[in-house]
Design a protein. Structure first.
Length: 129
């Protein structure tokens, strides 16, 4: 099946060594990363370890460090670097004339079945769970 490319943003809209989040109607957001070589990658914005927001991590080379527990995730494949194990879904990216595009079918289906990370204040001591 030929991809239907959806324009997301311009390359320069993504900070160098940073990310931009793409929200979706269902499932976790997609993080679109840019490294210092202007390569662009897209992963589900969810670390395979504890669901940390990879878009808030530190990009170095072709990897991102999760901001929660410093797991290193490959931007090209979504795999955790050993000794850690696991992976997060990777999304196809196309850059045409400086515009970043993602596959519409992947945006609609990849990672939508994974639980969303739970965030918020900790419960008070003595409060039932």
């Amino acid at each position: 099946m030929t991809p239907t490319w959806t324009p997301i943003c311009r390359v320069e809209d993504i900070p160098v060594l940073g990310a931009r989040r793409v929200t979706r109607a269902q499932g976790a957001a997609v993080a679109v990363f840019r490294n210092d070589q202007d390569e662009v990658f897209a992963l589900l914005d969810r670390c395979p370890h504890k669901g940390g927001p990879l878009s808030q991590g530190i990009v170095f080379g072709r990897q991102v460090a999760c901001p929660l527990h410093n797991w290193t995730i490959g931007l090209a494949d979504g795999h955790a670097q050993a000794p850690d194990e696991g992976c997060t879904p990777r999304f196809a990216v196309q850059v045409v004339d400086g515009v970043v595009h993602l596959d519409a079918d992947e945006l609609a289906r990849l990672g939508t079945d994974l639980p969303l990370p739970v965030a918020g204040p900790a419960r008070r001591c003595g409060t039932p769970a």
